[in-house]
Design a protein. Structure first.
Length: 144
């Protein structure tokens, strides 16, 4: 059955402009346009707290950084996470800025949401170590 049962608006306040592809971009223009636009990413379920984490990228102006835009594309400076309950209602939101975390490297454990801090654009980046911060959101239960 392909019937739509319901529709829920789950929008992050920082997500306002999506990249619309209007044709084949020339050179690296596609990368620059993608960096300037907002985008939703991974939806991750937390079985310990019965919530979902919806990650998103916030668009940036590539001219605001002394880093080549290809490096910005690989390691985004602004990554957000929405916390959703099982009804997909927003119960939390946090924006990581200034290359605090590395994109696409998250997992859930009993202690909380683990996010990698191995962003190559961080001042304290060291490729010899795997580093994670454990994120906990107010109002959720955690078992240590």
């Amino acid at each position: 059955n392909k019937e739509l049962l319901s529709l829920v608006d789950v929008k992050a306040p920082e997500v306002n402009q999506f990249h619309i592809i209007k044709g084949l971009p020339s050179g690296d223009q596609g990368i620059i346009e993608e960096l300037e636009a907002d985008r939703y990413e991974l939806l991750l379920y937390d079985q310990f707290r019965e919530v979902f984490y919806r990650f998103y990228f916030v668009g940036v102006d590539v001219n605001d950084f002394d880093i080549h835009y290809r490096d910005l594309f690989s390691n985004r400076p602004k990554i957000g996470v929405l916390v959703l309950n099982t009804d997909l209602k927003i119960i939390g939101n946090h924006l990581f800025e200034n290359f605090q975390i590395e994109p696409w490297n998250y997992f859930v454990g009993k202690k909380g949401l683990y996010v990698s801090t191995n962003n190559a654009n961080r001042d304290d980046f060291d490729e010899n170590f795997l580093r994670y911060d454990i994120i906990r959101f107010e109002g959720l239960d955690y078992n240590d």
